[in-house]
Design a protein around this ligand. Structure first.
Ligand SMILES: [Zn+2]
Length: 237
């Protein structure tokens, strides 16, 4: 089974590069795109992550001037592809930070998948990780998975903790090979052409995050870092 993968730009923030790369790039402000990934195939419309909450979308003029891109509420992103929220049959979350599950509740017809450990941590997070807010998932009746699971034919979730306790890396089968969505917040700088994958700047266990990042970086396929600016507007099929 082959799918296409389209990053939908649901928001943008302007943090420090150090949020992405541990001990690297501190003091450098970046544009941080926030995506939901539309995956289509097998007669299904699937979302991996749901991006920034529709009510929080604010696009600085400077972002559009500098990048030629704009972000829009997820409903508008889907409309560009002739879809409405009720057309989404499956939602899979890489993890439950607010920039990855902000719109889950819009998808009332979908089955929602997440790793069991991630859901547990979201409901009882450590105070240091302020990126969890159960407000976004209160009404969701999640189907939880554990470990490595083929959620749909050709779509595999793999528990790869480090950035968060229950984050999962997604591998999606496409006609041109596997597309990999690392479960951790990252951009191009985390995946240099040579050398080690850079540990995510946000993590609950830096060693584990580093080790799993190397495993993800060694996978065969096209890696789409979850917050890479260079993947906006592209289709991977
Ligand atoms: Zn993120």
């Amino acid at each position: 089974m082959h799918y296409s993968v389209i990053p939908l730009l649901t928001g943008v923030r302007n943090p420090d590069q150090g949020i992405m790369t541990y001990q690297q790039g501190y003091g450098k402000p970046i544009w941080l795109p926030i995506y939901a990934f539309l995956v289509q195939g097998n007669g299904q419309n699937i979302l991996i992550d749901t991006g920034l909450n529709e009510d929080e979308v604010f696009v600085p003029q400077k972002f559009t001037e500098e990048t030629g891109l704009t972000a829009q509420p997820i409903s508008d992103c889907l409309e560009d592809y002739g879809l409405a929220t009720h057309d989404i049959s499956v939602v899979i979350n890489t993890h439950l930070h607010d920039d990855h599950c902000g719109n889950n509740e819009l998808f009332t017809k979908a089955t929602h998948y997440v790793q069991k450990k991630e859901l547990e941590f979201c409901k009882n997070p450590h105070p240091l990780d302020h990126r969890y807010d159960t407000f976004f998932i209160e009404k969701i009746d999640f189907t939880t998975i554990e470990g490595t699971v083929e959620i749909l034919p050709g779509i595999i979730g793999e528990l790869t903790p480090g950035h968060t306790p229950g984050m999962q890396t997604m591998t999606i089968s496409t006609a041109s090979g596997p597309v990999i969505l690392p479960g951790f917040c990252s951009n191009e700088k985390n995946f240099p052409k040579n050398g080690h994958v850079v540990c995510p700047g946000v993590h609950y266990d830096a060693f584990l995050a580093y080790d799993n990042a190397q495993k993800i970086g060694a996978k065969q396929g096209t890696i789409l870092p979850l917050h890479a600016l260079s993947i906006a507007g592209k289709t991977y099929a």
